[in-house]
Design a protein around this ligand. Structure first.
Ligand code: FES
Length: 626
């Protein structure tokens, strides 16, 4: 089998491909993260590269325009080198780091659970030495002392610890330090060492997001956060959404293993960065709590996700046993137990349960809506008496997917927009003040609201005829509005929003609102009954609530009822790491929630169709806008 070199510019990185491998695979191997929203199926057109030297076999040309083809653009996922090649990777094809809300996560540092009881700890014990009147076995003696000292009566030895116990007890003259790991329903005595050991010990809270992975390193002796780091999920090269990832894992030989490796590699890179920055040694990390959606959890553990996407949408497992770090290849103490927080259904996972437990929705007096808007709108509604949850497929529009110039919230993304209704002139703000490259979710919400206010689109999202506005024009996919001209943008292209984009966004916001209404209808309550709305997730941070109400994404409630909680998945995982009670509480909460499958019955569909207007067909639901 032949192999060829591929050189990537401007990085000047080189790698080798085997015959039949494509440029997307080559880029992944060279460590160049590319946008690959469709997971390499040739349909999204995001993995563009420019062929500078050599030849490739192009399986498809997808969405490439005649101008791009003339300029040498190829789709990486559809291009197989036919010899050595040199390609240039343009900035817009790169998966740049996007906001991972580290500042907010650090604010969680002081957040200590009421019952501080970390999932791993070291306890100093002083045992009564044996004599002829007290000749209990060594193990029983230690267990009795442990119970007397800590109240812990569920401890079990592992064989390795037990095998050296007699010598260790005597070497320490009956003063020892026991390392205890919570194993869900029992406590494992992981190690017994002679004397009092003062070494530090650490744990990790991990948010495994479809887009971003964030790892927080926590000192388990005091509950202090030592460092937080985040980066995009390396699985992104297999597609933006969970469905593409499941398809790859299930249909590609070795795909599940590859996907698991990508998740573990992502976490390991973050661990390496954290240990390098803090001086903590990875061998001193003894417990890990992960929160992720159901698919991410399956893929991280290497569990078959095939049936998550098929009716009747059954995951392999909701409540998971802890597994050893070594089994997963995580670069922490090999015996460390890794806990994944429980899911309740295929599309409501441990990340949502972590957030719901964090806000203590199951103890709330007020009717609370907890909502995380990403590719899916996942939400929990209820209080201490009852809890409902559902997930509606909002599509990736709010994460920039399926929108021609959509992008995630990274440098150059337009995040806020204003339009002068008279002249149609635009004022925008971009992430990091960089030249605009596209528009992210919060910008899209602003934009829909202001396009409507300025009389540029109607309530169905259709563009109105306003020949006096120079920014309103006919594009190749119908009417479009120019947000930034090529000369002011960072990629020398006009940045536009088309009627098709607006319709996509209306479908996305309609799905979220319909999910909320369907849950309310189940319990026969009006929208106004919601006493507080807690918005979670990276996207939620930048949403202008008034605009989100104006377009009918969120219910028309006083803005004071809304609050933003940040990355509740990570914060919830952190609390679970620091408190066995919280960890058990997440399991209990997951058992209490009633999951509402929206594809059953007509209610959701009826609500969805009614919500395909700005803000809604029934304006009585939005009295503040009338
Ligand atoms: Fe190549 Fe989508 S077109 S990844």
């Amino acid at each position: 089998m032949s192999s060829y070199t591929v050189r990537f510019l401007p990085d000047n990185l080189e790698t080798t491909v085997q015959e039949g491998e494509n440029l997307l695979q080559a880029a992944a191997r060279a460590g160049i993260p590319l946008k690959a929203s469709c997971g390499g199926r040739g349909t999204c057109g995001r993995c563009r590269m420019i062929l500078k030297e050599g030849e490739v076999t192009q399986l498809q040309k997808g969405k490439l325009t005649p101008e791009q083809l003339a300029a040498g653009y190829v789709l990486a996922c559809q291009s197989i080198p036919a010899g050595p090649v040199v390609v240039e990777v343009p900035a817009e094809s790169r998966l740049a780091e996007h906001r991972v809300l580290l500042a907010e996560e650090r604010a969680g540092e002081e957040l200590l659970p009421a019952g501080f009881d970390p999932l791993f700890k070291k306890v100093a014990l002083e045992l009564p030495p044996p004599d002829l009147e007290d000749s209990r076995d060594d193990a029983g003696r230690l267990l009795d002392t442990l119970e007397k000292t800590t109240g812990m009566d569920d401890a079990l030895f592992n064989l390795e610890t037990l095998s050296n116990l007699p010598a260790v007890l005597r070497e320490g003259q009956w003063r020892v330090t026991a390392s205890l790991a919570d194993g869900k329903g029992y406590t494992e005595i992981v190690r017994v060492e002679p004397g009092r050991r003062a070494e530090k010990y650490y744990g990790l809270a991990v948010d495994i997001g479809t887009t971003t992975v964030v790892v927080e390193l926590v000192d388990l002796a005091g509950g202090r956060t030592v460092g937080v780091k985040g980066r995009y999920n390396k699985q992104a090269v297999y597609g933006d959404d969970v469905i593409s990832r499941i398809i790859y894992a299930v249909e590609t030989p070795g795909g599940r293993r590859e996907m698991q490796r990508a998740a573990v590699d992502t976490i390991n890179e973050l661990i390496t960065a954290l240990t390098a920055e803090t001086g903590v040694e990875s061998k001193d990390i003894h417990a890990v709590v992960c929160a992720g959606n159901t698919t991410m959890t399956h893929l991280f553990l290497g569990i078959d996700p095939a049936y998550i996407r098929m009716e009747p949408y059954t995951p392999a497992v909701n409540s998971l046993p802890p597994v050893r770090a070594a089994e997963l290849g995580l670069m922490v103490s090999p015996g460390a137990l890794v806990h994944c927080l429980p899911s309740i259904a295929s599309y409501v996972g441990g990340d949502i349960m972590a957030g719901a437990r964090l806000i203590e929705i199951d103890q709330a007096e007020e009717l609370t809506l907890f909502i995380d808007v990403g590719t899916n709108g996942e939400m929990v509604l209820g209080n201490k008496d009852w809890l409902l949850a559902c997930a509606c497929s909002a599509g990736p529009a709010f994460e920039g997917g399926g929108i021609r110039h959509g992008m995630r919230a990274m440098a150059g993304a337009i995040e806020h927009v204003q339009i002068d209704p008279r002249t149609g002139e635009v004022h925008y703000q971009t992430v990091d003040g960089a030249k605009p490259l596209g528009i992210c979710g919060s910008g899209l919400i602003d934009l829909m609201a202001v396009l409507r206010d300025a009389g540029i689109i109607d309530r169905t999202g259709q563009f109105l005829s306003r020949p006096e506005l120079p920014r309103l024009r006919e594009g190749d996919e119908g009417p479009e509005y120019v947000l930034a001209w090529a000369h002011e943008s960072g990629n020398e292209q006009d940045i536009t929003i088309s009627e098709a984009d607006v319709k996509n966004l209306i479908r996305a916001k309609g799905a979220v609102f319909a999910g909320i209404r369907t849950m309310l209808r189940m319990v026969d309550l009006p929208v106004e009954a919601i006493e507080r709305v807690i918005v979670a997730g990276g996207f939620g941070r930048y949403i202008n609530i008034r605009d989100a109400i104006a377009i009918g994404l969120f219910p028309d409630l006083p803005v004071e009822r809304y609050s933003y909680i940040g990355n509740s998945s990570l914060k919830g995982a952190r609390l679970a790491l620091l408190s066995r009670r919280v960890r058990d509480g997440v399991e209990e909460l997951a058992r209490k929630v009633t999951y509402l499958e929206l594809s059953v019955g007509n209610t959701f569909m009826d609500e969805f169709v009614s919500a395909l207007f700005l803000p809604h067909t029934d304006l009585n639901l939005f009295p503040s806008l009338i």
